[in-house]
Ligand binder design. Structure first.
Ligand code: ARG
Length: 431
């Protein structure tokens, strides 16, 4: 770990202090060798004053118990029919797991309580079939959960719900997590899953806006995608629509996946977000210092031309930065020579900690688009050490000094940097 990692971590700590995170753990994850690590990570979150609600699934445990007892269950994940015998078994398996989780939490000195905070109703008759003891969340007992949270106690919620008559229903844990997160106005809902998250037919993107996530759900419905993935994506988009700013889908079997997701800019899994996360924006006077700090190392390494504050200020409207959660991590400038329909892409830089993630290409494409919008036909770039990058990732080709406009050519010669000159013809965008 280095100082910039620490800066990143410390940026998120105050942001999440006293906020509620609903963490939904699948039964498979609770049974995995990584589960003790997750509990340790919860202790870290608690020590940073994050309020944690733990919701767990149990379908893995239900299937195992059914095998052991030689019973055939009608459904194990709370999305199909639950007959009486399945419900009995689900209660046994789920509560046994809740108890196991309590033991684990005690072992890391965390206080926890089993909360019967889910008021459920029968799912009813769907497609002509009575779902029997499968329930849906009718209401969440916020008050009970808030009391526990205020006392620093982690509510542990099994995938069961109760009605006013004291009947128990089997309720899917993704749905419970969603309802709990919404009604507590949580800052995050975090799904810790297993194969359904990483083993899908397609690699999930690192982040999705709500619209993108809803789009993906539509697409996956018609495909062979795992129902668990669809359910988690859907609950995530719904949570975001319902006021939870960010939802996360993580592989719960990976050590440190949880803390990396929460305390780094890029995270470790997939995030669905409704608030601002990444943006490319123009710089203002107050940003000049951070641009200079950002590129400083690269200037020292002779990759980027030295610029003074005055240089940047003089052409401030040409400079853009890419921010993640308001921290500048990359920059680019686009200078135009209107009379020649020629633009220069300059000062392209991505901070070391964020290299090789496609941010350079993103900014390059952004600058080229900008050039196109300004009616430019070609973009050139001068480079000493990123020549291969510009050729391979950007499709730039080497050219000679003749292409440079007179005044730029003089500056080029004066600089003595002997940069290579690369150029790219901008094809009009087909939209
Ligand atoms: N650490 C930040 C958060 O928890 C950003 C996480 C980004 N994750 C991602 N998969 N893109 O809100």
């Amino acid at each position: 770990m280095n100082v910039s990692d620490l800066r990143e971590i410390l940026q998120y700590v105050p942001r999440f202090r006293e906020r509620i995170f609903v963490i939904a753990v699948d039964g498979t994850v609770a049974a995995s060798p990584n589960f003790p690590n997750i509990l340790l990570d919860l202790a870290v979150l608690r020590s940073l004053s994050v309020r944690v609600v733990l919701v767990h699934g149990a379908s893995h445990q239900i299937e195992e118990l059914a095998r052991k007892r030689g019973i055939k269950v009608t459904n194990s994940d709370g999305t199909g029919i639950t007959n009486e015998i399945t419900l009995e078994l689900a209660i046994d398996a789920a509560i046994r797991l809740t108890n196991g989780i309590m033991e684990g939490l005690s072992a890391v000195d965390l206080r926890a309580a089993y909360a019967n905070a889910i008021i459920a109703h029968p799912a009813g008759i769907l497609g002509g079939t009575d779902q029997l003891f499968t329930g849906r969340v009718e209401r969440v007992d916020n008050h009970a959960l808030e009391l526990l949270l205020k006392e620093g106690i982690i509510p542990v919620i099994p995938p069961l719900g109760f009605d006013g008559e004291g009947r128990t229903y089997r309720v899917n844990s993704d749905g419970i997590a969603l309802e709990v997160a919404e009604s507590l106005s949580a800052a995050k809902i975090i799904f810790l899953g297993a194969d359904e998250i990483v083993g899908g037919p397609q690699q999930l993107p690192r982040q999705l806006s709500i619209d993108e996530s809803e789009e993906l759900v539509k697409k996956l419905r018609g495909s062979a995608a795992n129902a668990g993935l669809i359910s988690k994506l859907e609950c995530s988009s719904r949570a975001c629509r319902g006021g939870v700013p960010r939802a996360h889908l993580l592989d719960g079997r990976i050590n440190e996946a949880l803390l990396t997701e929460i305390f780094s800019h890029e995270g470790s899994g997939t995030m669905i977000y409704s608030n601002e996360y990444q943006q490319i924006r123009r710089i203002f006077k107050k940003d000049v210092r951070s641009v200079m700090d950002l590129i400083q190392q690269s200037v020292e390494d002779e990759e980027i031309t030295r610029r003074t504050k005055a240089d940047i200020l003089q052409r401030i409207e040409d400079y853009w930065i890419l921010e993640i959660d308001r921290t500048p991590i990359a920059c680019v400038a686009l200078h135009t020579h209107q009379d020649l329909s020629l633009a220069e892409m300059a000062c392209l830089y991505v901070s070391k900690a964020h290299e090789n993630k496609g941010f350079g290409r993103k900014l390059m494409a952004f600058a080229e688009n900008l050039a196109r919008e300004k009616g430019m036909e070609r973009v050139f770039a001068l480079s000493t050490r990123a020549v291969n990058y510009l050729q391979q990732k950007g499709g730039y080709v080497e050219t000679d000094i003749e292409v440079l406009p007179g005044e730029r050519r003089m500056r080029y010669e004066d600089s003595g940097r002997n940069s290579k000159i690369l150029i790219k013809e901008l094809r009009p965008r087909i939209s």
